[in-house]
Design a protein around this ligand. Structure first.
Ligand code: ZN
Length: 227
């Protein structure tokens, strides 16, 4: 599974996601209300989209569960309702994800300090429903739009678009983790780096032995050169 983030205005994002043949599109938004008490999880999908609803049900369940707030489930949008154009415009299943309310102090705290709960909910959902090689299109709502619309105000300061972007990036980092090759450990000929490394590994004699071996080889080469 691969995560790709899409920024910009609606039409170009929609076009790019279709061109890339993404398996699913998830638009991240935070909800907001005049009533500061309001705070629940919900997802929105197209009224005719059974498959999208199936995935959205998992996502909203995982989210409400992790945050310990009410699960308002998946809402199906019909023609004319706000958000309907969004959830019907891309050819792949599309979910409008609204994990919590940033107008509520607890919801704002999640957006600012506990985004890991949301990325975990997204990952659990995607791992359950998406095939191995599939491309997941993530659209952080309000981030980098030409129209300068940063979305809802977050309780205590900040705007929705800041935190949808941070969440999207966190999800991208978690899923698209780079593969670390152990050979990369022995290629830096810097003595300070070596000493720091040895301090770090402490009594891990296996690694220390390897580092000593590298320096032994370096010394032999130096001797050959300057003899
Ligand atoms: Zn929004």
């Amino acid at each position: 599974m691969q995560i790709k983030l899409y920024y910009g205005d609606f039409d170009s994002v929609t076009q790019q996601i279709s061109n890339d043949n993404a398996a699913i599109r998830i638009d991240i938004h935070f909800n907001a209300s005049e009533n500061i008490e309001d705070n629940y999880s919900m997802c929105l999908v197209r009224d005719t989209a059974e498959y999208s609803q199936h995935i959205a049900d998992t996502l909203v369940f995982e989210t409400a569960n992790k945050l310990g707030i009410e699960n308002r489930g998946t809402v199906k949008l019909s023609r004319g309702e706000r958000g309907h154009i969004l959830v019907r415009s891309t050819k792949c299943p599309t979910i409008l994800y609204e994990p919590c309310f940033v107008s509520n102090p607890d919801g704002a705290n999640v957006a600012k300090n506990h985004r890991n709960l949301l990325s975990d909910a997204l990952i659990a959902t995607l791992k359950k429903h998406m095939a191995d090689g599939s491309l997941v299109a993530i659209v952080p709502g309000h981030a980098h739009k030409q129209t300068n619309d940063m979305g809802a105000n977050v309780h205590g300061g900040g705007s929705e678009g800041q935190y949808t972007e941070l969440l999207a990036k966190e999800l991208e980092t978690k899923i698209n983790e780079p593969v670390v090759h152990t050979k990369e450990m022995i290629q830096v000929p810097d003595i300070r780096f070596t000493l720091n490394k040895m301090k770090q590994v402490g009594t891990d004699s296996f690694v220390i032995t390897h580092w000593l071996l590298v320096w032994f080889v370096v010394l032999i080469i130096l001797r050959k050169i300057y003899r």
